[in-house]
Design a protein around this ligand. Structure first.
Ligand code: ADP
Ligand code: MG
Ligand code: MG
Length: 937
């Protein structure tokens, strides 16, 4: 860091040195304070110490760069001149807040210190200046406690311990015979300050710092220090925020919402963060300071009521709402304070929202022309679509429960959806129970950042206190949890692990249900039903014109479809799944597994006969029984899919999977089939494999038992011919699994082609069809050029390809893989997110070399990864033709595919722009970039 570097940026008074886009340098809070000041909004003046100082701090044994102190002093001086107050001045003291602010907002992660600059002298100045000694001493005692907690580390780490300042406060109230803090007279507040300071001396061995400068630097150090506290670290891990980003520190002159009834503080959203509705949404408290609203200490008032309480302020807020939305072009989450009838803006940021709201806001903003449809597509996290597809309570069952007296209470509907679960009271328990496979609802007085792990593990969250902007609501929404907050009639005793509602006591493990759309809390388990989107698409019980949720979903998906290049198919084994796939927008079937068809009624018997057969004739006889059933299945699937391509995989799993394993089951099968039980037991033993994943399975079955492949090819092609005769353009793609050598594929392909000739001759028509292979062994990927001489298409079976590339069995990985991820040996579970660096490289190689041999080679993916957004993006970049995933993930894949295409477009545009810019210095770099691009191609 050179000595000329700027460490501090000012804001306020209609201007700012920084800008909104400098989030990396100024943190989100600082950058937006600067931006609001530039917009001419009333922002109390202050300054931001950059994130680079934080990084420097940690790189240099927690010390500060030279020159920082001087810069801070200069900026403080600027504020002093602007406000006509002085830091530490006994008559006109300047007070400040010290606020952390990382690049990405981390709610509740780091604590703000208010009223800094107070000591025994300045408090008198504040008292005189405000003509309100009670207010001054109240600020002072809050400051000492906050400073003690945050900077001097007296805040209890353990939930069972109590905050030492709260204990003293409780005692004081008891001694004075009052209930509320606000009832304490000035002399009691003065005593509190003395007692708080004595407590600090007792616990730390040091006196409370009276010098405002010392206070300021203590607070700055604490903000930087908190970047590495455990809560912050956990949050960063959960949200994939790198630790080297660092936090900025904002020092801002104080404004007071607690000077009387013409004062207050509030938090608001420019649109409803739960539903996305275009209304001004928020809460405020009269005569209150800072965190009071967010902390859920008092349940605040709805913002709409401010219209009557403070009409001018309300009008001004509505103006600001408009200004901010049209400037940021997104929903904002704002914090404001009113001091003696004057409004101040203290924060704005892009608001967190539910998946419902995410879709609604994106679509409506595009309809309002505030953003483009492409931007709307980019704004919705594909996984958020899950919320639109998530179950709701079955209204009949819910009414029944309510009429049966099961309704308990109603809270605020902070996170929509329906959840039933067993009550737990501690976040740690929620985590443990969920790990055991229990469905849990976390019930708490209010949540705090320590609870995030447990919240993440719960089906839903229920709190007794706090509003729509409380921690539980904010974080729950972000996690997409069903969430009901501020249920005042619930009494939670976490220590006793009980919850009392309407005189009824509930204990840990009891079932309750919460409706995050209405705020209702219901005793017991309530049955759920499909969401509105599913009711329109799958159940067809809801008229699409009657569902706003569906309308917005359809609009967004339409824009996504217009933007994407990748096609999206479904993994579907049965006609009903195939219809679902079409309803969700599937453009074909990427994987139809035939083995699932063998488990149906009556079929498994024939299948077992086939496996137990000793001769080819016996086997063919059994297969002949299966043939018509398979054909019927395919007919059903082709009818459902119409002209869309259907990729059908020939038999893949090891045969022993179809046989009974326990003696009792073997006895049963013997009885049904008339085959002696000894023979069955012997065959099971024969088929036993040491390592079935790598054993006699995939195409190896069809090579040893060609009659199986022949029967399946016949069933597929006969079905296609018959459906074609119904004027449905069935388009089969026959896929041979687990090929490692091109000769294996040649063998199987020949069988299929021979059968096809026979079938077409017999049926009297021809059906276009393809024969291709799954690429799920590294050898297949590496020899893609050879394999493509035979294969007309590839489909990457990334489940097996991941297993075989890592040489690890997915079924056995549970013992160590989670630990790998926890210790960051692997960045993620490679069975969830495609391992782009390894498995992905094999894929890229396979695509490239496959197309060298056969330029029009069709390539897809059919592993679980086909519905995971980051993997879909990879498939787009790797120039696959389609991804295939479970029907319910199709919308997610469509959106992810569109985003991948739009991001690519934006990157190309940016690259072009950069290439055009005639800059002297950029020339060599541009060459380097070109070279890189060439290599990639
Ligand atoms: P968080 O990141 O947890 O939201 P903030 O830094 O925004 O923390 O501070 C929390 C609250 O403290 C703010 O919402 C605001 O009400 C209050 N606050 C912060 N700075 C000031 C200030 N300069 N004057 C008055 N209130 C302030
Ligand atoms: Mg804030
Ligand atoms: Mg496989």
């Amino acid at each position: 860091m050179s000595s000329k570097q700027k460490f501090v940026y000012s804001f306020g008074g209609g201007t700012a040195e920084g800008k909104g886009e400098q989030k990396a340098l100024l943190g989100g809070k600082g950058a937006n304070l600067a931006e609001m000041a530039r917009l001419g909004l009333p922002v109390p003046p202050g300054f931001t110490i950059t994130t680079e100082v934080c990084t420097w701090f940690y790189d240099h044994g927690k010390s500060y760069p030279k020159g920082l102190e001087k810069e801070v002093a200069a900026h403080l001086g600027r504020i002093e001149r602007q406000l006509g107050r002085k830091f530490g001045d006994p008559l006109q003291p300047l007070l400040v807040s010290v606020r952390s602010g990382a690049r990405a907002s981390m709610p509740g992660m780091m604590d703000t210190i208010l009223n800094l600059g107070l000591n025994d002298r300045t408090v008198e100045g504040l008292a005189k200046g405000s003509n309100n000694p009670r207010f001054a001493w109240d600020c002072y005692r809050r400051f000492v406690a906050m400073y003690g907690d945050v900077v001097l580390d007296l805040k209890p780490v353990d939930k069972r311990e109590r905050d030492p300042f709260e204990v003293i406060l409780e005692k004081k109230k008891h001694a004075r015979g009052v209930k509320l803090d606000t009832e304490l007279p000035v002399d009691a507040l003065k005593e509190l300050v003395r007692e708080f300071k004595a407590e600090i001396r007792k616990r730390t061995g040091h006196s409370f710092p009276d010098d405002p400068m010392e206070q300021l630097w203590g607070a700055v150090g604490a903000v930087f220090g908190s970047w590495m506290n455990e809560r912050a670290i956990v949050y960063r891990q959960l949200n994939a925020i790198p630790s080297d980003w660092g936090t900025a520190v904002n020092v801002q002159s104080m404004v007071f919402g607690n000077l009387g009834d013409d004062c207050g503080t509030g938090v608001a959203f420019t649109r409803d963060p739960a539903t996305g509705e275009d209304v001004f949404y928020g809460e405020y408290l009269i005569n209150a300071q800072g965190e009071d609203v967010v902390a859920g200490v008092r349940t605040p008032q709805k913002i709409a009521t401010l219209k009557d309480r403070m009409p001018a302020i309300y009008r001004q807020l509505l103006e600001i709402r408009k200004t901010l939305e049209s400037h940021y072009r997104d929903m904002q989450d704002i914090e404001f304070t009113v001091e003696r009838g004057k409004l101040y803006m203290l924060q704005t940021r892009t608001g967190k929202r539910t998946g419902f709201a995410e879709v609604r806001i994106a679509v409506e903003m595009a309809e309002e022309k505030l953003i483009t449809p492409e931007e709307a597509v980019l704004r919705v996290n594909p996984d958020s679509l899950n919320q639109l597809l998530r179950p709701i309570f079955d209204p009949a069952k819910k009414r029944e429960a309510i009429e049966g007296g099961k309704f308990l209470t109603r809270g605020l509907n902070a996170g929509p959806g329906a959840a039933s679960g067993r009550i737990v009271f501690l976040a740690g328990d929620a985590f443990e129970w969920a790990a055991r496979g229990e469905k849990v609802l976390l019930v708490r007085e209010e949540t705090s950042p320590e609870d995030i792990k447990g919240m993440n593990a719960s089906e839903g969250i229920l709190t007794a206190r706090g509003g729509m902007t409380s921690h539980a609501a904010l974080v729950g929404r972000q996690m997409g949890k069903v969430c009901v907050v501020g249920c005042e009639s619930i009494h939670v005793d976490a220590r006793a692990r009980t919850m009392v509602v309407k005189g009824k006591t509930f204990r840990e493990g009891d079932w309750i249900s919460i409706d995050g759309t209405t705020g209702e809390v219901i005793e017991g388990k309530v049955a759920t039903m499909p969401s509105e989107v599913l009711q329109v698409l799958l159940e067809k019980t809801l008229d699409p014109r009657k569902s706003h949720v569906y309308h917005r979903y359809a609009k967004l998906m339409g824009w996504a479809d217009a933007a994407r290049r990748l096609k999206v198919r479904a993994n579907a084994d049965q006609p009903d799944q195939a219809s679902n796939a079409v309803a969700f927008g599937g453009e074909g079937i990427g994987l139809c597994r035939t083995e699932h068809m063998f488990f149906g009624e009556g079929r498994i018997v024939a299948m077992r006969e086939m496996i137990l057969a000793d001769t080819v004739e016996e086997r063919e006889k059994a297969l002949a029984k299966i043939l018509p059933m398979q054909r019927e299945d395919f007919i059903g699937i082709f009818r459902a899919m119409g002209p869309r391509p259907v990729t059908i995989r020939t038999l893949d799993p090891p045969l022993h999977e179809f046989l009974p394993h326990t003696p009792a089951e073997q006895e049963e099968v013997a009885k049904q089939s008339g085959i002696p039980v000894e023979k069955i037991a012997r065959k099971v033993a024969d088929l036993h494999e040491m390592n079935p994943m790598l054993g006699h399975r995939g195409c190896r079955l069809g090579i040893i038992f060609p009659e199986i492949t022949k029967m399946q090819a016949r069933a597929i092609l006969e079905a296609a011919c018959r459906v074609r005769k119904e004027k449905i353009a069935a388009t089969p793609e026959i896929m041979i699994p687990l090929v490692g050598h091109v000769r294996e594929l040649e063998d199987q392909t020949q069988l299929v082609r021979d059968v096809a000739e026979e079938v077409f001759r017999a049926e009297g028509i021809k059906v276009p069809y393809l024969v291709g292979t799954m690429i799920e062994l590294p050898r297949a990927a590496v020899t893609a050029d050879e394999i493509a001489t035979v294969a007309e298409f590839f489909s990457f079976g990334t489940n097996d390809l991941t297993q075989t590339t890592f040489g690890l069995s997915r079924d056995d990985s549970g013992k160590f893989l989670p630990e790998y991820v926890r210790r960051e040996i692997l960045p993620a579970d490679p069975f969830e997110k495609l391992d782009q660096g390894g498995v992905g490289k094999l894929m890229a190689w396979g695509v490239t070399w496959g197309r060298v041999t056969r330029p029009n080679l069709k390539v897809g993916i059919c592993g679980e990864h086909g519905g995971e957004p980051s993997s879909v993006e990879f498939c787009h970049r790797t120039k696959l033709d389609y991804v295939s995933c479970s029907p319910f993930r199709i919308p997610i894949a469509r959106l992810a595919a569109a985003q991948a295409a739009l991001k690519e477009k934006a990157a190309e545009k940016a690259a072009k722009k950069k290439a055009k810019k005639p800059a002297k210095k950029a020339a060599p770099r541009r060459k380097a970039a070109k070279r890189k691009g060439a290599r990639r191609r």
